[in-house]
Design a protein around this ligand. Structure first.
Ligand code: TA6
Length: 367
């Protein structure tokens, strides 16, 4: 018998069986396989009914309301790590470690109001990164309301011991007028047993007119940092990049790891699958692993641009850094029926920082 200790969060299946929905609260200690109370019985049957789902740890998934009554899903892991995902934008807005410390930046001025995207967390840029095309900046996926995917096609990855949620976004008739394509975008967000956060996107061309489509993409991840001047990024040194502050001109990065003393907005090209973000003051290293996403964007608006953004505090640039697994330089092209996958996994580990060097064994030689 499997025992799950659950500190009073809620779950139930929708009547149509189409997945989780805001539901009743239940006991703090429940049994999944058998039960002695009526509350636990209904909960257990919900869990049993959904046992075919790839996200087995349904009891660590709560579907409830967030800011402005917007629907959100909370993932929790046994040690206390958590992640919050808004259906608005399909956007992760919080990722906490086992001590309850927030690892992602969310602006104190973020608005949760359509059509403005939420400033912080991990906005999804699709089908266009920034202004690399004629659509609205960063595409429309970040300001659409996603749905919980009732029946995600199987993944090869084993999600059996992880809390996860599957979201889906499909073209709307309104949207087809601005981007004349039909697609299915499936996004799985997984909180692993160690608190790692994994986002996997599967985008399929469902055009029936035989047309291919091209898109660019980014997981626009806002990491929370103690002080931007104490941060360095490793893994991008010596690479070529497009500088958005210089008309997307191409340069080659010089010198050591990247540090920050002014505005930065660069798209690094053909980057390694692993990038490290070291926060010296907090003695924390974020490790970003990616797959299917050759580029990496690094952005900090610094003081002037920060002041110009209505949904961003004047001094908040000091406490954030965007490092984004992306595909910008060479758009992805999908023929009808074809599917693309792109994955970003982030973990937060204590820095083993010594004489200005990150312990390379820890970050670059581990899986
Ligand atoms: O990813 C970097 C970037 O494209 C920057 O140019 C900067 O403008 C940022 O995204 C935020 O864009 P947003 O539309 O969310 O204000």
């Amino acid at each position: 018998m499997k025992k799950i200790i659950n500190k009073g969060f809620s779950l139930s299946l929708s009547p149509s069986g189409s997945g989780i929905k805001p539901g009743a609260r239940f006991d703090s200690s429940i049994s999944v396989r058998s039960s002695t109370t009526s509350t636990a019985t209904s909960t257990a049957s919900a869990a049993e009914t959904n046992m075919n789902s790839p996200c087995r740890e349904k009891l660590f998934v709560e579907h409830c309301k967030g800011v402005n009554g917007l629907e959100k899903v909370v993932l929790r892991e046994v040690r206390g790590c958590s992640a919050e995902i808004y259906l608005y934008g399909g956007q992760v807005i919080s990722w906490k470690n086992e001590y309850g410390e927030e690892l992602l930046f969310l602006s104190s001025k973020a608005t949760f109001t359509h059509p403005k995207p939420i400033r912080g967390g991990i906005p999804i840029c699709f089908p266009q990164f920034a202004n690399h095309g004629s659509l609205e900046k960063h595409g429309f996926a970040r300001s659409r309301v996603w749905s919980i995917d009732p029946d995600p096609p199987p993944f090869s990855a084993n999600s059996s011991s992880q809390a996860c949620v599957d979201l889906i976004l499909k073209h709307s008739e309104e949207e087809v007028k601005i981007w004349p394509h039909r697609y299915e975008f499936r996004l799985r967000i997984t909180l692993g047993p160690g608190g790692d956060l994994m986002l996997t996107s599967r985008i399929r061309n469902t055009n029936t007119d035989g047309k291919s489509f091209a898109f660019t993409f980014a997981y626009h991840t806002y990491f929370a940092v103690s002080d931007i001047s104490e941060v360095r990024v490793e893994g991008l040194e010596t690479l070529d990049y497009l500088d958005n502050l210089k008309d997307k001109e191409r340069f080659t990065e010089q010198g050591d790891a990247i540090t920050f003393e002014s505005e930065v907005d660069k798209v690094y090209l053909s980057t390694p699958t692993k990038i490290a973000i070291l926060d010296h003051e907090r003695k924390r290293t974020f490790v970003l692993r990616k797959d299917g996403l050759p580029d990496a964007v690094v952005w900090n608006p610094w003081d002037k641009k920060a002041k110009a953004m209505a949904d961003f505090g004047d001094d908040e640039y000091k406490h954030m850094l965007c490092v984004e697994a992306a595909c910008v330089e060479k758009p992805i092209i999908l023929k009808p029926g074809e599917e693309w996958r792109g994955r970003q996994e982030i973990s937060a580990v204590p820095s083993s920082y010594c004489s200005g060097q990150l312990d390379p064994k820890k970050v670059f030689q581990s899986d």
